[in-house]
Design a protein around this ligand. Structure first.
Ligand SMILES: [Zn+2]
Length: 85
């Protein structure tokens, strides 16, 4: 099983687990649907209203997509390490 498949499975379990707080379930559901307000999604959905700057506000090395914010972003990685390290 690939990591994305594993993550999707875990997120779906969180969404349907009645003991998980509602705000966490909603966050998991928005991640599954790629509906978090990343720069990439905001620019994609606003037309050209917000300009074309989609670079990550934290590391400025890649486009700020959901996938980037959750995994390869060095800043996000440090936050995950603080939470779970
Ligand atoms: Zn980044």
């Amino acid at each position: 099983m690939c990591f994305q498949c594993f993550l999707d499975r875990v997120l779906r379990k969180i969404v349907w687990d009645s003991w998980t707080p509602l705000k966490i379930r909603l966050l998991a559901w928005r991640i599954i649907l790629d509906r978090l307000p990343s720069k990439w999604n905001l620019v994609k959905r606003s037309g050209n209203f917000l300009g074309n700057d989609v670079m990550c506000v934290w590391c400025q090395t890649q486009a700020e997509t959901l996938n980037h914010l959750l995994f390869p972003c060095h800043f996000s990685y440090q936050i995950w390490q603080l939470l779970y390290g």
